[in-house]
Design a protein around this ligand. Structure first.
Ligand code: DGY
Length: 324
């Protein structure tokens, strides 16, 4: 029997590409360019499975609606799938899967790194040393904000948020509060001695750090707006490892400029890879290039998870991580 034809839209870790080629008849993206809509449509016509990733934000109605489509499953390399129009996929009966769990710890590590970096002014300090502007220790030099014992408030309390809470609560003695329309189990709440709150505003009111953990797109677009920044403590910091569009970036810039909040640690941006000049010019923000899952171990695990979903589908089973 011939192997299913699979197209990977970007370069994947070499080990996973090799595994993919053993399992399927694979077209690789050798030069790792971002595929245009035209190329994505062609991929849908030529392959049984297309494996896009979070940078292919054009997996839209036009792509799913292409004439003479052969593709039956779109297996995303990534847990977030706001790059894929799942309604358009459902409308034409294409299965969509993602890669949850395998990137939980590494993304939580980046969230903790951002929290520490922005509150202790690490980016600013490093720039000072590299620019040879440091003229030695003194008692008032680069005083920052203490982390240990502070309150960390979560908007969304799923897997990544809980892994972050684990590090923050047990490693740094931080108090945990959260808002999530889908309540975690009572065991989870008790484990972190967490305070479950009814509204986002309730979380913002008391948190020293606010971390976002909700999906991007849809109703969450610009969720963190000027009104909500106004509800945060002036001494508080925003951490975003979720999706850039959850934050109204111009409202964030305004809140930072006016001192409504103290700073922000961002791994994701509204229009990646564009980072606005305003953000680039600020010292009280830490800016990372979407590094949440960027460890060798995790990126390999994500690729293998995506392949496992494709395999299950062609073996006639329900893929583990089906989202549409
Ligand atoms: C995801 O998987 O959604 C991350 O943003 C990239 O790893």
């Amino acid at each position: 029997m011939s192997k299913p034809k699979v197209i990977l839209t970007r370069q994947w870790p070499a080990e996973v590409e090799a595994r993919a080629c053993e399992m399927f008849d694979v077209d690789l993206n050798e030069d790792d360019h971002k595929m245009s809509v035209k190329e994505l449509k062609k991929a849908m016509q030529n392959a049984d499975a297309v494996c896009p990733t979070v940078s292919d934000f054009q997996m839209n109605e036009e792509v799913f609606g292409v004439k003479e489509r052969k593709c039956k499953i779109v297996s995303n390399f990534g847990v977030g799938f706001n790059n894929i129009d799942t309604e358009a996929a459902k409308a034409v009966g294409v299965v969509v899967t993602n890669t949850p769990e395998v990137l939980t710890d590494c993304t939580a590590d980046i969230a903790m790194s951002l929290l520490l970096s922005v509150s202790r002014r690490l980016g600013e300090g490093e720039r000072m040393v590299r620019d040879k502007k440091w003229d030695g220790w003194c008692p008032t030099h680069m005083m920052a904000t203490k982390v240990t014992g502070k309150r960390l408030g979560f908007i969304g309390f799923g897997r990544i948020a809980q892994a972050f809470a684990q590090k923050a609560h047990f490693g740094f003695g931080m108090k945990i509060s959260f808002y999530d329309p889908y309540s975690p189990t009572s065991e989870v709440i008790e484990k972190f001695n967490a305070t479950q709150l009814e509204t986002i505003e309730d979380v913002l009111k008391d948190a020293d750090f606010v971390s976002l953990h909700c999906p991007g797109g849809g109703a969450n677009t610009n969720l963190m707006n000027a009104e909500l920044f106004g509800r945060m403590k002036k001494s508080a910091f925003l951490i975003n490892t979720a999706r850039g569009d959850v934050v109204d970036e111009s409202a964030l810039v305004q809140a930072l400029k006016s001192g409504e909040i103290a700073g922000a640690g961002l791994d994701v941006f509204a229009k990646e890879p564009i980072v606005t000049e305003d953000l680039l010019s600020m010292e009280n923000v830490v800016l990372l290039p979407h590094l949440g899952s960027a460890t060798t171990e995790t990126r390999i695990a994500m690729g293998l998870r995506s392949l496992a979903n494709v395999k299950a589908f062609f073996d006639g089973e329900e893929p583990n991580d089906r989202v549409a």
